[in-house]
Design a protein around this ligand. Structure first.
Ligand code: ADP
Ligand code: ZN
Ligand code: MG
Length: 475
């Protein structure tokens, strides 16, 4: 299989976070509402009504284009893309064709530069619902006319892992800009993947397109499957048939939807009901000024501040965590790596366990900064950090908790010595083991001291005391 190189290009759809739909005044956020409750004559495709362009959606298209290093079109236009779909009332989709809002960009992902062919704006279709066992289908047009960005990459991706990383980067850029929740679980981000194989140095091979993948995991699995399938065909001397495919998540297989011969004829025509759109320098400048710091810039700033690359990457590309981290840095003068550790280990561990996002908890940047500062000054131990974390995540102030409960780290030997002596006296067998050379048994004693002191004893101080009292050199 290593004989072939995979060549992958992605087409990514992002649902835009505008108040209203792409071409009408209907509220764009319909999630959880009853079917056909977000509609008007425009998004129902009734005759005699006119669309209007949502300026905010255009802003978002420009922002995404800028973030991806694209050239923003000074002059752009919408086109009708004609095809029949039962849940598309007009029988055409208003999209962009030869004059997209942005073109010719790139995004660097883990050292690999992925070219961005284009970013364009379009509207989504409605949704067909097929009730189980029913001999009919239902149509929900809430999604019809929703604003979308479609971005198309050059075929610069070479593995399922790179494809997944690319999508994760796009998601964090969209979230950072606030243009989209880019959440595949809610259908706010979908990808079509194109993949072919070739021997290194050869021209591009015949590709297949796998449509409508709605999780990063499906993207990676579908690509792995398809790369293997194509490699086997090529190795046995057969040709790849150009095709549009679907992905069967349950079976873990791609299947052919249609074999493609040449380009489908969508009879694109300039949308006669919408004026061409002129994007002048002032418009672009206004958006540039208000543009938030992008994940790649955050990453470099964090590394520059002394955060390890590994941690900087996790934080910079996770907008909710980055928000807390940046907020905490405002009131924190210690080593930023300490903050990063708390977020990436303790806080993330807690969030994973509870299935929460940091924004859904009571954690404030100020509390995190206080916690990190106390820990860094060795005012509290690791144990106390873990012990207090759930309450801090619920909004408690770590300084108050430590004070109220007397959890400040105990370093003075005077108050620790009686505790350590008592525990040595109560565990003669363990002491014998340690003296006999089984040094790791000392961890059990250390654990007991920690429990007795509610985690406030400093482990290195306790270890030293154990060494001295037993006359054994502990590592
Ligand atoms: P089509 O005309 O079939 O839509 P495009 O040139 O518009 O093809 O490209 C669609 C997507 O397919 C892009 O993301 C592009 O990078 C990718 N692509 C094009 N050719 C190949 C290929 N030979 N192998 C893999 N991906 C490809
Ligand atoms: Zn409407
Ligand atoms: Mg195309």
């Amino acid at each position: 299989m290593s004989e072939y190189e995979a060549v992958i290009g992605l087409e990514v759809h992002l649902h835009l976070k505008t108040k209203t739909k792409m071409f009408c005044g209907c509220e764009a956020e319909y999630f959880g509402d009853g079917p056909n409750t977000h509609n008007c004559p425009v998004c129902l495709g009734l005759p005699g009504v006119l669309p209007t362009i949502n300026a905010r959606a255009v802003d978002y298209g420009i922002l995404m284009g800028l973030a991806l290093g694209c050239r923003i079109a000074p002059w752009t236009q919408f086109h009708r893309k004609n095809y029949y779909y039962p849940d598309m009332p007009k029988n055409y989709q208003i999209s962009q064709y030869d004059l997209p809002i942005a073109e010719h960009g790139s995004l660097e992902v883990e050292g690999n530069r992925v070219g961005i062919k284009r970013v364009h704006l379009e509207e989504d279709a409605g949704k067909s619902v097929h009730p189980a066992g029913g001999e009919y289908s239902l149509i929900d047009l809430n999604r019809a006319g929703s604003p979308l960005i479609e971005m198309v990459t050059e075929p610069d991706i070479h593995s399922p892992e790179q494809a997944r990383a690319f999508l994760a980067h796009v998601r964090s850029i969209a979230q950072t800009l606030g243009v989209s929740d880019a959440n595949p679980e809610e259908g706010k981000m979908r990808a079509d993947v194109n993949v072919s194989l070739r021997r290194p140095g050869e021209p591009l091979g015949t590709k297949v397109e796998i449509k409508n993948l709605n999780s990063f995991r499906s993207v990676a699995r579908a690509l792995e499957y398809e790369i293997k399938r194509q490699a086997e065909l090529l190795k046995s001397g057969r040709a790849i048939q150009q095709a549009t495919m679907g992905w069967d998540e349950g079976a873990g297989k791609t299947y052919v939807m249609r074999l493609k011969e040449g380009e489908s004829d969508y009879r694109y025509l300039p949308e006669p009901d919408l004026p061409p759109l002129q994007v002048d320098e002032a418009w672009i400048a206004r958006l540039k000024v208000a543009m938030p710091e992008l994940p790649a810039d955050k990453y470099h700033r964090y590394v520059g501040a002394g955060v390890r690359e590994y941690d900087a990457e996790i934080l910079a590309y996770n907008p909710p965590l980055a928000r807390v981290f940046d907020g905490a840095l405002q009131s924190y003068s210690g080593n930023p790596q300490t903050l990063a550790n708390l977020l990436n280990a303790d806080v993330s561990g807690y969030l994973n366990e509870k299935g929460l996002e940091v924004g859904q908890t009571g954690l404030t940047p100020e509390h995190l900064a206080k916690l990190a500062a106390m820990f860094e000054r060795r005012d509290i131990t690791n144990r106390v950090v873990s012990q207090l974390l759930p309450e801090i995540m619920d909004g408690a102030d770590p300084e108050v908790l430590v004070k109220e409960r007397g959890l400040a780290a105990v370093a003075d030997e005077g108050s620790l010595k009686p505790v350590v002596e008592r525990i040595l006296a109560a565990n003669p067998a363990v002491v014998e083991q340690i003296k006999g050379g089984k040094l790791q048994a000392a961890n059990a004693l250390l654990g007991q001291v920690m429990r007795e002191t509610k985690g406030t004893a400093k482990p290195d101080v306790v270890k030293k005391m154990l060494s001295t009292l037993m006359g054994v050199e502990l590592a």
